[in-house]
Design a binder for this molecule. Structure first.
Ligand code: SAM
Length: 276
């Protein structure tokens, strides 16, 4: 029987956002060395940055399509070395340049998300990592988000999660599109087609933590929809987090050198054994 990439194995679950940010910061810190400033691109940077990279030298470039969000980011945090207002699908940035591309909760808002992903692939240095955080469209949460109108998303964020800025200029929520690639299967297939290495894959359900007393009924609802979907919609996780590496491709000279190293050494003819 064929199994899809989403069905093939269990996903490691993260317990909290703090745990997730600590793990992701550790992945980035592995790129550090005393002589090297880590080049980080925050793709779809929004109005704030969550990771604590104290102790490492890095340069942070932010790109976002929303000028209001970018202005808030610049005035309130002043943490970007370069701020670019632009569209991740069409922006022109240096190829093979970034050690880390961090893309958090952006792809679900992008029509033609594969165009943005292919740009990340282009902009990433060989050996660099792409960190993706996205909701899974094939989870109960993703399914419900796709079914409900945008005004409900604003209502949910403002009144159920208690975020009073929800819907104001520069603040989320942002309209969702949920391209097919915004799923476990979609990301795995994209990585396989480009020979990218998935170094880590996690699931989380942190929207439940923001619901307080409503978390329990929400959990029951997740379970019910999961069963009604005959197991097709995931209930255990709503969000996915990936650490994806662009492999270093050896140069032709390195390939030749490697071949030579494996060739058996020529046997020198010895006296009396010259075949005569
Ligand atoms: C939900 S916010 C996430 C912000 C931030 N990355 C975070 O995790 O808090 C989504 C962000 O993606 C940006 N965005 C959406 N489509 C984009 C595109 N095509 N190019 C660049 N940024 C985009 C929005 O303007 C918004 O700032």
């Amino acid at each position: 029987m064929n199994t899809s990439p989403t069905q093939c194995h269990k996903i490691a679950m993260l317990d909290s956002l703090d745990e997730e940010f600590r793990i992701l910061a550790d992945h980035i810190k592995q790129k550090a060395s005393p002589q090297h400033t880590i080049e980080i691109l925050e793709a779809g940077c929004g109005n704030s940055w969550e990771l604590d990279l104290a102790g490492v030298s890095y340069a942070l470039t932010g790109v976002d399509i929303d000028e209001d969000g970018m202005n808030l980011r610049k005035s309130e945090h002043q943490d970007l070395d370069e701020a670019i207002v632009g569209d991740l699908r069409t922006a022109v940035l240096e190829e093979n340049h970034y050690d880390v591309i961090y893309n958090s909760h952006v792809l679900e808002h992008v029509e033609g998300a594969p165009l943005a992903l292919d740009n990340f692939h282009r902009w990433l240095k060989p050996g660099g990592i792409l960190i993706l955080r996205l909701p899974d469209r094939d989870s109960v949460y993703g399914f419900c988000t796709r079914l409900t109108p945008f005004w409900f998303h604003v209502f949910y964020k403002r009144y159920l999660e208690g975020n009073e800025n929800a819907g104001r200029p520069g603040f989320g929520p942002f309209p969702t599109v949920y391209d097919k690639i915004v799923s476990r299967e979609g990301i795995r297939r994209w990585c396989a087609a480009r020979r990218l290495i998935i170094r880590a894959e996690y699931g989380s359900n942190d929207f439940l933590n923001a619901l307080g007393a409503l978390a329990l009924p929400a959990r029951v609802l997740l379970g019910v929809v999961h069963v009604l979907s005959l197991g097709r919609l995931a209930a255990k996780h709503s969000n996915l987090t990936y650490v994806i590496e662009k492999p270093v491709v050896p140069s032709q000279a390195e390939i030749e050198e490697e071949k030579m190293a494996w060739q058996p050494a020529a046997v020198a003819p010895t006296a009396g054994n010259d075949g005569a």
